[in-house]
Design a protein around this ligand. Structure first.
Ligand code: CP
Ligand code: NVA
Length: 304
């Protein structure tokens, strides 16, 4: 049994295995239709727990699980006894006696870890305040499908130093991908985290100047300036110079692509013109969540 908690907890080979299976399965679907994929969840049930809203994560997991022959039970945390003080540990112990796998999206990262530590079935991180590993593995696939191998790219994370940025940093640590992180100084990932990532193999540069940082980058990635749970933090004034707009994109490599995990706030972190441009991979990226997560489930249930 394997949990999919964070990118730092898996290996480069694990990522390769997940991506290879996804590429093969996409080919099977293209050649023979969705019915042709392996029904690895036949007779199995997956619980999806949400403390935060979700469109893509919820629907892509529900649909992917059904394509694999499984069924789902979606639990908004406000509807279950967690909201009345039942502990995470008790909830995990009970639910994992009913279902075969658990996906959890929660505020505190520690909640997801506690869930995994107390569950007798695999737990998948569907986003926490610290990370969004399903998103980043899926984005790696989208990059490789459009641009070739990850090792040939130079990626820019621009905007807020948030949970998705942290998963990219972990991806750089595990795969050695070339990453530049460009945020205002006070919204950066912590110096300690970046320094320890570099010690562990991350190929990362921190550059606070957007125009300099984007120069010649092949992949430009941003995200909302206000993540779920940020509360009323008003970061807009400091982040406006980091907005991905047409003018800034002209400084990236000519063949650069733009990515965003969505939901986007057009006119804030990115302009509509960039999201809707030919350079944008955002909708293709969102579709890949479905395909990659089927493989993440396969990886969790595979006990080699
Ligand atoms: N990108 C992503 O995880 O979207 P949702 O919040 O809609 O699930
Ligand atoms: N950083 C965003 C990602 C949403 C998918 C958030 O946590 O709200």
């Amino acid at each position: 049994m394997k949990n999919f908690t964070d990118i730092k907890d898996i290996s480069k080979d694990d990522i390769e295995d997940i991506l290879t299976r996804t590429k093969n399965e996409k080919k099977i679907i293209k050649d023979n239709g969705i019915q042709a994929i392996e029904k690895i969840l036949m007779g199995k049930t997956v619980a999806l727990i949400f403390e935060k809203p979700s469109t893509r994560t919820r629907v892509s997991f529900e649909v992917g699980i059904s394509q694999q022959g499984g069924s789902t039970t979606v639990l908004q945390s406000s509807d279950i006894q967690l909201s009345r003080g039942e502990t995470v540990a008790d909830t995990a112990k009970v639910l994992s006696n009913y279902v075969d796998l658990i996906v959890i999206r929660c505020f505190k990262h520690q909640t997801m870890i506690d869930f995994a530590n107390n569950s007798s079935v695999p737990v998948i991180n569907g986003l926490t305040d610290q990370s969004h590993p399903c998103q980043v593995i899926s984005d790696i696939l989208t990059i490789e499908e459009n641009k070739g191998h990850l090792s040939k790219q130079n990626l820019l994370w621009i905007g807020d130093g948030n949970n998705v940025a942290r998963s990219w940093l972990e991806a750089s640590t595990v795969t050695n991908l070339n990453l530049t992180i460009c945020t205002p100084k006070h919204l950066s990932l912590s110096d300690n985290l970046i320094e320890s990532s570099v010690r562990n193999g991350a190929n990362v540069i921190v550059d606070h100047d957007p125009k300099n940082a984007i120069t010649n980058k092949s992949v430009v990635i941003t995200d909302t300036w206000n993540s779920m749970g940020d509360g009323s933090a008003n970061k807009e004034n400091s982040l406006m110079p980091y907005q991905v707009n047409k003018n800034l994109m002209t400084k990236a490599a000519k063949s650069a692509v733009f990515m965003h995990c969505l939901p986007a706030h057009r006119g804030h972190e990115v302009t509509g013109e960039v999201i809707d441009s030919k350079q944008s991979l955002v909708f293709e990226g969102a579709e890949n969540r479905l395909h990659v997560q089927r493989s993440i489930i396969w990886w969790c249930l595979n006990s080699d």
